[in-house]
Ligand binder design. Sequence first.
Ligand SMILES: *Cc1c(COP(=O)(O)O)cnc(C)c1O
Length: 428
Amino acid sequence: MSKKAFLTKEKAEEIAAQIPTPFHVYDEKGIRENAKAVKEAFSWNKGFKEYFAVKATPNPYLIKILNEYGCGTDCSSMAELMLSQAIGITGEDIMFSSNDTPAEEFRYADELGAIINLDDFTHIEFLEKTIGHIPETISCRFNPGGVYQISNGIMDNPGDAKYGMTRDQIVEAYKILAQKGAKNFGIHAFLVSNTVTNDYYPALAKTLFELVVEIQKETGCHFKFINLSGGVGIPYEPTQTANDIYAIGEGVHKVYDEILVPAGMGDVAIYTEMGRFMMGPYGALVTRAIHEKHTYKEYVGVDACATNLMRPAMYGSYHHITVLGKEDAPCDKLYDVTGSLCENNDKFAIDRKLPEIEKGDLLFIHDTGAHGYAMGYNYNGRLKSAEVLLHEDGSFDMIRRAETPKDYFATFDCFDILKDMNYNVPKN
Ligand SMILES: *Cc1c(COP(=O)(O)O)cnc(C)c1O
């Protein structure tokens, strides 16, 4: 399978004339079609709700689009709660799935009426002390331990993960929460990340459904929802096949009918907290080639760096690259595509076969719509880029401006040392 850019060279140049590269660009049409498909795929479940994982793409304009399709927000920090509140997503439309949570964040989540998802057994007492009560609706995060493997070999290692409660702890947690006045219960688990298979959610659903039926018998607790969390992946590599959200929805439906319905639990809502699947393919980093270097290898230097997209440097992740305007040219050159950080891992591609790149070419780095802009950092004094929304009719809007030196130095503003600072970037 080939991967196609959602932007032509002409459109990219048109944007770059107004908003200098590098920038992240988002495809509104793709976001909308996918959000609609997710909603349809789970429409068999009356209470279904997707809580978009804000950390993946914390841009209010993009989250508002998802909200039109019924999506809430999954938050795990003060700033994410504030963002959600600012765009009018409050109450039970917020899932507060945090861990190692500071008291003030529990307090604010409770003020907003968010559903609180407890990461640990000890957080029951901490929460009660902090907010003075236990909410009527409450969720607990489960960690089955060991190694979690799906039939096709995809696996992860929950036993090594810091999240969630053991089976014994979670049963005890529900009993205590019920004694303290909770009435509606939820369960949450996130066991494998970026699963490019239609089997993950159905397998996880089976694990959680069976567990919930047992817990319901043991404790008498009424389960309102089962939260399958995130982890539904996208095909970063052109050889991978994209997940089919309709097949995933039907897979969950099947185990729901097999396990929950016969147990008299056919009223349980299915929640999800997808980030990557909702946004990943619909964002890209557009960057310009500014240097070429021939030493022991062939290098193309671009004007973006790990500040704009950290996944390759941090995880060695593959991100497909299209050289705009050279979509049909043969990929007969071998390049390392590098950013400017004084870090040898600041490379968007290593030994990648690409068409011959000339200085000035625009590179479209695919699949940066989730965990892309958001993960950036300011190492080396590098500044974060703008974000642009491409509308269906080809028009576009800047939905976040690029950082300026003033933003970088803003945290010194209460000190005298930089009082004579000139924030204007020298022009050549
Ligand atoms: C990161 C995260 C998500 C989203 O994960 P994706 O891989 O982007 O789907 C959902 N829930 C929680 C609690 C998370 O930490």
